[in-house]
Each structure stands twice: as structure tokens, then as C-alpha cells.
Design a protein around this ligand. Structure first.
Ligand SMILES: Nc1ncnc2c1ncn2[C@@H]1O[C@H](COP(=O)(O)OP(=O)(O)OP(=O)(O)O)[C@@H](O)[C@H]1O
Ligand SMILES: [Mg+2]
Length: 243
């Protein structure tokens, strides 16, 4: 346990447009934090800044007390899973996972293959080891992307709308995988519009509105207790089901 990420007074602008403003946030080891909010509220910008993919305009993001200024400064501690999988189409599923193990961790062929197989088994698609990504369903592709992110043993995995390009039943299987990781204590930050899925296992929900965190707390607080007009307005729009 302990603070993994600490964000102090973060701001981010693109040209003159302020996207994030005076944002403060912490993530502790073992937490599963969901970031929700309307389209354009700055969710992707926030997680891209945390992953070092986007330079900040002001304030700081600390990963174990080290400032994140680019992807190199995250030192492999942050894994990313994107909406569109970002797999290499000309590599087999197996090679998509063994390649970073060999190039980044300098693992031997045998060790990399054994590790890739164990990870594919964990996400229930070991049988796809020799297939190419284009022969997989969207849900299977996303589970390969999750296995690949896990391969480098990051301290935190950031998901940016991991299921928004998937049909509901495929989204469900991806959320099952994410839920299994949550049970194992994997620290995760998940941007999603699929609130009914995330509320089952998120430890904290952060509601972003116009680049600011307006309210955050445990799912029960956010969905059943807090009286917050902007949040209620947003939840009405996203097909949120009351328990
Ligand atoms: N590279 C960029 N250049 C200029 N403006 C950008 C850039 N990236 C994002 N923005 C702007 O920043 C704002 C926040 O975008 P962001 O992608 O973070 O929103 P989001 O909450 O992830 O939305 P969505 O739910 O649609 O994915 C938007 O107004 C967007 O147009
Ligand atoms: Mg986004």
C-alpha cells in the first residue's frame, strides 16, 4: 500500500484552450479508480498526461515521488490499454507479447514464450497464441492487449475506454478480465462510460467536468448518496441504472 501517483495542481492547455485546471488527485497501490465524465471533459488528456504521453502545462505528476515528464520517466511502471487495442497486425498474438519482453526486458526466447503463454492463459485465450490479431474478435483483441500490458508487470495499468468499440457481450468479457485483475489487487485507472460495469469493482469513482474533478468517492457515495447536480445530469445521459 502507499501512494503510487500524486497529482499536484495539474493544468493542461492545447494552444489557448484550457483542458485541465488545478487538478489534484492521488492513487494508492491496490486502488481501482474509475474516471467518468462527459465527452470532452478531459479524461483522455488526464490519463495521457499521467502516462507521460502528453506534456503538462503546469503543476506536477509524481510517480513514487519522481516527476512524470515523458514515457521514459515512467520507467515501465505504467501500462496502457487503449480503445483500439494497438496490437501489431503483422505479428501473431504470441509475438505481440513476447516482443516487448525480449526487447525491453531482454528475456530469452524460451522465457518470453512461457510468460506470454501464462498471460494468455490468464485472460482465457491461450489457444490464440499462433493467430494473427485480425482473426480475433474485438473482445479477444482487447484481452491480448491486456496480457501485453501485464507482461511488463507495471505497477498501474491505465485503461482509456477499453470497451467502447465493442458489442455489449464482448465488453462484458473484457470487464470480467479487468474485474479478475481487481480481485488480485492490480492497481488500475479506468476511463469508461460503462458505469454499470465499473461500479461493481471500482474502489473509487472520480467525476471529471470541464477539466476539473467535481466530486469523487466510493461507488456507493457517488451513485446513491451524494447530491450533485452536474453528476446527476451526466448519469442521466449515460444510461445509468439505479440499483
Ligand atoms: N491534441 C489535442 N489538440 C488540441 N485539442 C485537444 C487535443 N487533445 C484533446 N483536445 C481537446 O481537449 C478536450 C478534452 O479532450 P479529451 O480527449 O481529454 O476528452 P475526453 O473526456 O477523453 O472525451 P471522450 O469521452 O470523447 O473521449 C477536448 O475539447 C479536445 O478537443
Ligand atoms: Mg477520451
Amino acid at each position: 500500500m502507499g501512494e503510487l501517483i500524486k497529482i499536484n495542481n495539474l493544468s493542461k492547455s492545447f494552444d489557448e484552450i484550457k483542458v485541465l485546471e488545478s487538478l489534484n488527485m492521488q492513487v494508492e497501490s491496490g486502488e481501482v479508480v474509475a474516471i467518468i465524465g462527459a465527452s470532452g471533459s478531459g479524461k483522455s488528456t488526464l490519463v495521457r498526461c499521467i502516462a507521460g504521453l502528453e506534456p503538462v502545462s503546469g503543476g506536477e505528476i509524481l510517480l513514487h515521488d519522481t516527476a512524470v515528464v515523458n514515457t521514459a520517466s515512467t520507467n515501465g511502471k505504467i501500462g496502457m490499454v487503449f480503445q483500439n487495442f494497438n496490437l501489431f497486425p503483422h505479428y501473431t498474438v504470441g509475438k505481440n507479447i513476447t516482443m516487448p519482453l525480449k526487447t525491453i526486458l531482454k528475456m530469452s526466447d524460451d522465457l518470453a514464450i512461457a510468460k506470454a503463454k501464462a498471460l494468455l492463459d490468464k485472460v482465457h485465450i491461450l489457444d490464440k497464441f499462433d493467430q494473427y490479431p485480425n482473426n480475433l474478435s474485438g473482445g479477444q483483441k482487447q484481452r491480448v492487449a491486456i496480457a501485453r500490458a501485464l507482461a511488463l508487470e507495471p505497477e498501474i495499468i491505465i485503461f482509456d475506454e477499453p470497451t467502447s468499440s465493442l458489442d455489449p457481450e464482448l465488453a462484458h468479457e473484457v470487464f470480467e478480465t479487468i474485474s479478475d485483475l481487481a480481485k488480485e489487487g492490480q492497481t488500475m485507472l479506468i476511463v469508461t462510460h460503462q458505469i454499470n460495469a465499473i461500479r461493481r469493482f471500482a474502489t473509487r469513482i472520480v467525476f471529471l467536468n470541464q477539466g476539473k474533478i467535481e466530486v469523487e468517492g466510493a461507488p456507493d457515495y457517488i451513485f446513491n448518496q451524494v447530491d450533485h447536480p452536474n453528476l446527476h445530469q451526466f448519469l442521466k445521459q449515460v444510461d445509468f441504472e439505479d440499483l
